[in-house]
Design a protein around this ligand. Structure first.
Ligand SMILES: *[C@@H]1O[C@H](CO)[C@@H](O)[C@H](O)[C@H]1NC(C)=O
Ligand SMILES: *[C@@H]1O[C@H](CO)[C@@H](O)[C@H](O)[C@H]1NC(C)=O
Length: 188
């Protein structure tokens, strides 16, 4: 099948530890961000747990491939874009937390492996308007992998951390996959 699972395509389970709750919209104007930067204090650690759901052809589509991709055993050069729903539990119908939006590139000549730069865009009440930027490479064979949290917005400004992902469900016939994601992140 000419689709690949990307790392972060699993199901979000639940938030395990939440560092801070916000009850009002975050001011994202340049002035407000400047004032925020002048008042940075102790960093805190947040731990998040959730699931991401992938359906090839629907929440993820192929946008480009190389002339040689179809002949490549590792689909090298295949590029997808995605907007996968993120939920609290492993069921797609569980509470929606947001979306995983980004691209997946088949970026290995040696094995089927997905390079994924993307953003978790939160839309739930607690983190509405906040985001986490993640980047990593994940071989399909591993079924679990580790990626870097390289930044964020809103309550996750200046975030850095680690995202570990594990395939929760995978069906090559339908192109559906769910990925369980754990995130440990430092932020202010
Ligand atoms: C999130 O913020 C948007 C824009 O401010 C708003 O329209 C929406 O109702 C908010 N959602 C929740 C769940 O608070
Ligand atoms: C994959 O989906 C097909 C079509 O719904 C189903 O027949 C098959 O049993 C599924 N396979 C797995 C491993 O879930």
């Amino acid at each position: 099948m000419a689709w690949k699972v990307s790392i972060f395509v699993l199901v979000f389970w639940k938030w395990m530890i939440v560092a801070m709750a916000i009850s009002h919209p975050i001011d994202q104007s340049p002035k407000a961000v400047g004032e925020w930067a002048n008042n940075l204090r102790q960093e805190k650690v947040s731990k998040l747990h959730f699931f991401c759901h992938h359906l090839h052809g629907t929440t993820a589509v192929t946008i480009a491939k190389a002339a040689t991709t179809d002949a490549s055993p590792t689909l090298f050069g295949l590029l997808d874009t995605r907007d996968d729903p993120v939920t609290v539990g492993p069921e797609k119908s569980s509470e929606r937390l947001g979306y995983a939006q980004g691209i997946s590139a088949a970026a290995s000549l040696h094995e089927i492996s997905s390079f994924d730069p993307f953003t978790f865009v939160f839309t739930n009440e607690e983190f509405n308007g906040s985001s986490l930027a993640v980047m990593g490479s994940c071989p399909l064979s591993s079924h679990s992998c580790e990626a870097a949290v390289v930044g964020g917005g809103g309550v996750f400004r200046l975030a850095r951390g680690v995202a570990t992902t594990k395939v929760y469900y995978l069906n090559f016939t339908t192109g559906a996959a769910s990925v369980e994601i754990n995130i440990v992140v430092l932020h202010y």
